[in-house]
Design a protein around this ligand. Structure first.
Ligand SMILES: [Zn+2]
Length: 78
């Protein structure tokens, strides 16, 4: 049978904790990749008149502002 003294038990305990932390960390990284979402930049329109931002439907390039009813177009970023 394997003899365990206090030092080897402590090292084994630390190793188990690092293993648990590594598993939880990799699980969190996996969850961020799976459940991560980002708003596409082409769908955000910022009004030139009142500087309010609102969402456009995908494919739309122009819409009326919801606050001031000004005609707004999506600017392309370079
Ligand atoms: Zn506006």
């Amino acid at each position: 049978m394997i003899e365990l003294n206090y030092d080897s038990c402590f090292v084994l305990y630390l190793f188990a904790w690092f293993l648990v932390l590594g598993v939880l960390w990799s699980r969190e990284l996996w969850r961020q990749n799976v459940h991560d979402w980002a708003l596409s930049e082409g769908c955000v329109c910022i009004c030139d008149n009142c500087h309010s931002a609102f969402l456009l439907k995908p494919g739309e390039t122009a819409a009326r502002c919801s606050k001031c009813n000004e005609m707004c177009t999506v600017r392309k970023r370079y």
